[in-house]
Write a protein that binds this ligand. Sequence first.
Ligand code: NAD
Length: 297
Amino acid sequence: MTMKIAVIGSGTMGNGIAHVFAQNGFEVALIDVSQEALTKAVTTIGKNLDRMITKGTVTEDEKAQTLQRITSYTALQQGVQEADLVIEAATENVEIKMDLFRQLEEFTKPGCILASNTSSISITKIASVTKRPDKVIGMHFMNPVPVMKLVEVIRGYSTSNEVTEQIIDLSKQLGKIPAEANDYPGFVANRILMPMINEAIYTLFEGVAGVEEIDTIMKLGMAHPMGPLQLADFIGLDVCLSILRVLHDGFGQPKYAPCPLLVNMVQAGHKGVKTGQGFYSYTHGTKDLVVADTFKK
Ligand code: NAD
């Protein structure tokens, strides 16, 4: 029998995760504390499916079936009670996640696998509030979920081989490519990406080169689809800062210390695309790249 899935959090990642599971034939309970977020998520999934119809990758019928497989809930207990796998994609806040996993221990079936899509919080720490640490695992999807192929599968200290294999098989069933990592700060993706972004910000801070030059060199020189400063704006500078702090605290090494320019920008509310200002200005949308006034020569 096909696994029943519950996704907690219907924001950027949660709606993408629900979309991908439903499109691949799974029944999905989508849960959020905010009814508004749930309504927005279903609209977003519908629009993303419409785009796929235009491209010829999905039919009208498949769209209708995908949407039909998703049921929205604001009550956690109701949403997770039937689930065989819960994927938590709520706000990146350790207290919120610990509280959710405490409740999941109580509300889910004993055999239910509990996964988190966290970018940086320790899976082992999250697992410690449950009585089934062998069934707690990281299932780290990338944004935008329907497009990006990778699932970083993170094994907590006590995650069993069986559960890891199940999540790897399931990721393949979704048409994704899983890659396994152990639970240490930043896992693999952010441990390597964030120091690169931080170094790009230091390079700007020290006046070695301007915003456009740094991004052009990394984009064209390394065949990256976007430069590290543009990518930082896209991820959110506050998110980058909090992940760097996790690396800095977790390893205690100065090489992970966030650049003071990044700290200042976040304190000033210049958090990238979501606030309209970062290394670039997005007051006219994200199509044309315009360097923010602060960094114009
Ligand atoms: P988001 O802010 O877009 O969405 C979070 C949602 O969680 C909101 O709708 C909020 O109402 C809901 N929520 C908060 N507390 C809740 C609770 N107790 N119960 C149910 N719902 C709750 O966040 P996001 O960008 O989708 O990130 C979600 C998770 O995915 C985070 O752990 C983040 O680190 C991770 N992640 C994000 C990205 C990314 O690029 N955005 C990439 C990979 C992983």
